[in-house]
Structure formats: structure tokens, C-alpha cells
Design a protein around this ligand. Sequence first.
Ligand SMILES: [Mn+2]
Length: 321
Amino acid sequence: MIQLDQALVDQIRQKIIAARKILLISHKNPDGDTLGAALGMYWYLDGLGKDVVVGCFNAAAESLSFLPGADRMIHDIDDRQYDLVMSFDTADPKLSGFLTDKPEIYSRRDRHINIDHHASNQMYGGINLVVTNSASTTQVLYYLFTEFGAIFTREIATCLLTGLYTDTGSFMHQNTNAETLRVGGALLRYGADLASISKQFFNTKPVNQLRLWGRVLNRAQRTSDEVIISAITYEDMVELGADKDYLSGAIEFLKYVPGIRYAKILSEEEGGKVKGSLRTIRDDVNVSEIASEFGGGGHVKAAGFTIPGKLEREVQWKVVE
Ligand SMILES: [Mn+2]
């Protein structure tokens, strides 16, 4: 059982009571956790009769469209009209995509609540509820709503379980423990739709995604310093008509190769950028530290970075300017 800081819970309660118009922000390229958290909070606040919207820099992947409320998300935000802003699963304001065009979202800290579970969180809110031993941001919301004495509707339960399910890799990652399963069990009891969640995130793969994973697996190489590394070029993505999120999940196969320190997938993105994803199952390797050497970050066992450049194959894959 994780206990939230009571002072923070009270401050958040007061802010919500006082607010009339509330903006909830998911990070750019939303995943199941950031969107599950924002939509979970959306249904809670909607139930309180608040005027609330969920904003995100870009559209969610098709796999997230089953989330209740996903169709109500807005992308064009006039942040001036809101007296409360909440960010979810966003360690750094720049990950939202709104920092450049709408800096007031972050400069007006007094109206900003930052809810997250990343150790790398920049604590940019007026209130920062950052619980690093939670497997997901939605797990933090489970505790918060419990403190509030909230009624967990089916919608809220499904949104929260989605974040927990995706951030634990369907309860297979090492952040899965007795407490994550207890929270997952409670959400199931509240009516969370696990069948839809597991179908969307585990079993539904378009054939071109399987082909892309095939290339990742086929190109995997083990380096002399015990890293398993693979790469996908932008050309691969175009040729296979692959969505950006098609790659997610492929690295899970690589990280279990016996004897390696960590797995790395480099993928070229549009506009001369290379994204690196890092995973490890070892307790003596911190991939967040490795990612931070490239200006990235994340968790101890799952991290990433984005740097300018393109991919070129030499003996191994490497990034060139
Ligand atoms: Mn998360």
C-alpha cells in the first residue's frame, strides 16, 4: 500500500473544489498511461459537474481509441480560459509539445498540478504529486481518488487499468508487484474492461506491424559490450506504411536475451531525428542514466532519448550527424 502525502492530497482537493474550467494535458504521442490518467481524471471531474477538457498535442493512436472519452480530446488549446491545469505522466514540460507555443501553461505555476511517477520529473507544477514507486500515473490516481472517496465508475476503472496495464507491459515488467496486482484487482472489481484492454494492447497487431517487428528481430546484433541493438530506418517505416507507435513492444523481445546488459532500438524519425529506446531486466544497470547521456531520461529499467541525426549502417548501427 502506497500512502500519498496528505498535505498534497488536501491541496489538490482544494484546487479542484475552487476550479470552474479545468484543462487536463496528456503528453505528446500519448500512451496508455498519460491518456488513461487524463481521461480517468476527466470522468471523475465530469462526475463532479466540472467544465473539463482533455488536451493533447497530437492525436492518439488507433489502439487507444477504445478508451472512454478518447473521441473528446482536443488539440487546439486556448489555455487562457482555464483556472486549473493538470499534467499527467509528463516528466518535463517539453514532452507535452505545448511548451514553445503556449509557455503560459507552465509559467503560471499557481494553477498547475503535475501528477506523475517518473523519477526524472522536473517538479514544474505549483503542486507536484510525483510518486516514483507507482508503476503508472494511473496508479497514483487510484490512490488519489481513493483518498477523495470517489465513486469508481466503469469508465474511470477502465482508464486507470489501461495505464497500469500498459506501463507494466501487461503485468510482465519488473515494476509489477503485489501492490500493482492489488490495485489492478480493485479496478477490475470496479468494472474495468480488461478484455478490451488486453485485446487492444496485446493481441491486436496489423500485419505491417508484425513485418516491422520482423525487421527489428532480424537485425538484432549483440555488441562486444553485451548490448543487444537493432535499428529501423525511416525508409522501413515508409515502405511498411508503419505508424510511429508500431515499434512499441518490439524491444520487449530483445531485453530477455540471456547475458546482455540492456537492449537498444534506434529508429529514425521524420525531420532528421533518431529515437533511442532502452530496456533492461537487470538490477545493476540503470538505462535512465544511459539515456540521460543523450539528453533523454525515463525509468531505471525503461528509458529513451531523441537526438538529431540519421542512421547509417557500418559494422554496427550508429548515429551520425
Ligand atoms: Mn507512465
